[in-house]
Design a protein around this ligand. Structure first.
Ligand code: HEM
Length: 495
């Protein structure tokens, strides 16, 4: 009897495998009719060509044909179209039919569930509609105080550090952005800058990396084999811990929320700032509160999407400023014109809006170093593009890191040149925050945070190149990093 059951299971697995292979092969043939395809090995396809992370950021732009700017690759049976052609990218990002994420996003599902980043389809639409109003400027303005107070902690810390000729600024900035997002998303201070070794901080940083660790490991990538590794249990434990923390914060904050109460007060009767969580707790669908699971998943999604991304952008921006004294001079002059009466005061929303040159500098940073260097969509039904079919089951990969380095779009692409963005009428492809219905919901928040902290740092310190000069070596973890760190020199600025 047992033999019979095993035979049935085995036969079913073979059937599913062959069915999947048949579909993958059919998709492959269909795309071969109109798109350039890169030949690979049987079964594993092009997977071996991408086994080294830093390598693949450099390799991909060389593989994608310069003229067509499109390439089809195959990873163990899953077909992926890499697109850097402007019109095609616009079509994909603006499509209302391409709302699902590519298959690699499932690697984050233990922590993020069906939150905005990982979810798709109709449920995603409902969630996005409910969450959108929480990112209005009138609400975001309340967070300026959070950017500023945590910024003060960072400045004090940097002033204490005696080794300022070379400091890997990325580490300190990541702790700063983590403090900011915890306070903004949950209304809770985790004091990561003072206690970077707390279980909460360690677990967040582990879960931010686990997706990419799995993506490049043959064993960890397969759901059936993953439980044989230690990381599987570490991931379960970390996700459970963060779930418990988020749930207990949700419980505590729910007690303060009443439907018609806009201002909250703390135990001492002081006004409390509304966190993103509070807006979710107050939201209603057909008069009913959101399910607790949704609220937890969205809070965790903000934690994931909202700190590593900003930390990467801020750190690379400080690096480029340290390497380009002329650009730094321009930023300092702008700061002086805004803060001349009181150079160390906190930024207001009006000040931040006036930082136009700094905006160009950050845009240029995100052109060369898009925090999310690669992201994807899953085609859940056949799509027609200019009379050709993109078949169901295909993944479409957008690659801002490569697209923004294409000299047809950006002449002399490796040059750091913020003046590229001085003329707003000049429209060049720019997808650092994605675009269309699934664009970054947190971009206004990120802009305010980035400007606040870079402004504060530049008013307190001169940023200097290191000796010998530091070389960035880009690595596409989920968020763009440099495996050599982001080293700069710091000297107290004299005004
Ligand atoms: C410099 C900082 C940031 C950059 C460059 C950035 C970039 C992006 C990109 C490229 C996407 C699309 C990813 C994809 O299609 O898979 C995205 C989505 C998203 N981002 Fe950001 N992001 C930043 C900061 C933030 C912040 C601060 C938050 C939250 C406070 C945030 C929350 C989100 C969410 C929730 C999504 C998913 C939106 C959806 O699909 O509906 N991001 N971001």
């Amino acid at each position: 009897m047992l033999d019979f059951v095993f035979s049935i299971i085995f036969a079913s697995l073979i059937y599913l495998f062959l069915k999947d292979r048949y579909r993958a092969n059919k998709n492959w043939q269909q795309l071969n009719k109109w798109l350039p395809i890169r030949a690979g090995w049987p079964i594993i396809g092009n997977a071996l060509e991408f086994k080294d992370l830093p390598d693949y950021l450099a390799k991909l732009p060389q593989m994608i044909p310069k003229k067509e700017k499109v390439l089809v690759l195959n990873f163990v049976g899953s077909t992926a179209i890499f697109v850097t052609e402007k019109e095609f990218v616009d079509f994909i990002l603006s499509s209302q039919d391409l709302l699902y994420k590519s298959i690699d996003y499932k690697l984050y599902s233990k922590w993020l569930g069906n939150g905005l980043i990982t979810g798709g389809g109709q449920e995603w639409r409902t969630r996005r509609r409910i969450i959108n109003p929480s990112f209005n400027y009138s609400i975001l303005e309340n967070f300026l105080e959070i950017f500023d107070s945590n910024g003060k902690v960072l400045i004090e810390k940097l002033k204490k550090n005696p080794t300022k000729e070379r400091i890997d600024i990325h580490h300190d900035i990541t702790l700063y952005t983590l403090d900011v997002i915890c306070e903004a998303a949950m209304g809770v201070k985790v004091n990561a800058q003072q206690d970077s070794d707390s279980a909460y901080v360690r677990n967040v940083s582990f879960l931010c990396q686990i997706g990419m660790t799995r993506a490049v490991s043959i064993i960890k990538n397969f759901d059936l084999l993953y439980p044989l590794t230690l990381d599987f249990y570490r991931e379960l434990r970390a996700a459970k811990h963060l779930r418990e923390v988020t749930d207990s914060v949700i419980k505590e904050r729910s007690r303060w929320i009443s439907n018609d109460d806009d201002e909250l007060t703390d135990d001492c009767g002081r006004k409390k700032k509304m966190a993103f969580l509070d807006h979710l707790l107050k939201a209603r669908i057909d008069g009913k509160p959101l399910p607790q699971e949704w609220i937890r998943e969205e809070v965790n999604t903000f934690m994931f999407a909202g700190h590593d991304t900003s930390a990467s952008a801020i750190s690379f921006c400080l690096y480029f400023l340290s390497e380009n004294p002329e650009v730094q001079k321009g930023v300092v002059e702008e700061q002086q014109s805004i803060f001349s009466d009181d150079i160390y005061r906190s930024s207001t929303l009006n000040d931040l809006n006036m930082m136009k040159y700094l905006e160009c500098v950050i845009k240029e940073t995100l052109r060369l170093c898009p925090s999310v260097p690669i992201y994807g969509r899953y085609v859940d039904k056949d799509i027609n593009y200019k009379g050709n079919v993109i078949p169901k089951g295909t993944n479409i990969i957008l690659f801002p890191f490569g697209m923004h380095r294409d000299e047809d779009y950006y002449p002399d692409p490796e040059k750091f040149d913020p003046s590229r963005f001085e003329n707003p009428d000049e429209k060049r492809p720019y997808i650092s925050f994605s675009a269309g219905p699934r664009n970054c919901i947190g971009q206004k928040f990120a802009w305010l945070e980035m400007k606040t902290i870079i402004s504060k740092i530049i008013r307190n310190f001169e940023l200097l190149p290191t000796n010998p000069r530091h070389k960035l070596v880009y690595s596409a973890e989920t968020v763009l990093k440099s495996i050599t760190g982001v080293d700069i020199g710091l000297k107290i600025r004299k005004w």
